[in-house]
Design a protein around this ligand. Sequence first.
Ligand code: P1T
Length: 396
Amino acid sequence: MSEHPAQQPYWSDAGFETRAIHAGYEPDPSTGAVIPPIYATSTYKQDGVGGLRGGYEYSRSANPTRTALEGALAAVEGGTHGFAFASGLAAEDTLVRALCGPGQHAVIPDDAYGGTFRLFDKVEQVWGLVHSPAAVSDVDAVRAAIRPGETRLVWVETPTNPLLGIGDIEALAAVAHDAGALLVVDNTFASPYLQQPLALGADVVVHSTTKYVGGHSDVVGGALVVRDDDLADRIRFHQNAMGAVAGPFDAWLTLRGLKTLAVRMDRHCDNAERIVAHLLDHPAVEQVIYPGLPDHPGHEVAARQMKRFGGMVSFRVKGGEAAALAVCERTHVFTLGESLGGVESLIEHPGRMTHASVAGTDLEVPADLVRLSVGIESVEDLVADLDQALSAALPR
Ligand code: P1T
């Protein structure tokens, strides 16, 4: 299917916020509608057999609401081709099977979203793709994990989920490319506002748009963005052939969220910084993990490649797992739940929740770890809520 006009990179010279608000869609020529309609249609009338209007044939292949989102995603990531999927994991699976074949190998993070590990370990491995975990913060370890001639993908999350490790995207791109592999960066935690992996040499950006891009905890989605036409062709073929696409309403919600990404991210970062400063002095807290802290091992790299340090904060509670669980169960403003990146603050216990699927593997996370997705509420309320919950963890 031909490229749709909204995918053309004609917003490439505009600022980030302008691209987030305008790219992907021109006001409708017949009505002037500023926002794309939700094209709730599965098929399109053809003007004679094969006479497609605007290239639209069937909504698995393309749908105008999804096209608008895909153009906007490409524009905000500094790419030329965006693809929207039913979930982050659907995007990941489509990418892996578009680019790899049985008998090949991928290097994956030794700290990654549990579902990403499960996908590689329990699905792609059965299909014949083997993987080795390596610390994304250790360029030498990633280089050592590469199997010359077999490694097709170096897969990186930065910051990682949930330990907020930082990978040097530029250095990792060089390592991957030296070995003839592609660098894939899952940019979910940073969001395109804070980090631009393609400009740093990554070949593919992955998102769970469920998170900061959508931003309102009301839709599940995923995305891939590339600059290379051949990679785009392979992904487009597999997106259609595998069929895990974003539906029009999901695409519309995600596009609406994307427009305010920049202002939301700045507030997420402001609030996270205040909470980090508060937790550092708290007697019930063993360790605060945040890339903005000067003693975080990835701080210098993060300062170089990120605009700010993000809205995710992890901390270890004194008193072990029982204390960590007690904190998670006592907050009121922070909602106990999986996911992240929405306007409302969330708290969770990775070991028992988002990362339960990595228990007993190299990716197991500490039992005393608590993860915060810091929202954009009044920061005083967030601090007070954590204080009252942490009092449960203090030794009596
Ligand atoms: O949930 P889904 O939209 O399929 O996206 C998967 C995914 C991919 N990459 C990262 C970095 C992620 O954090 C996720 C999903 N993560 C959670 C649901 C979570 O609470 O961590």
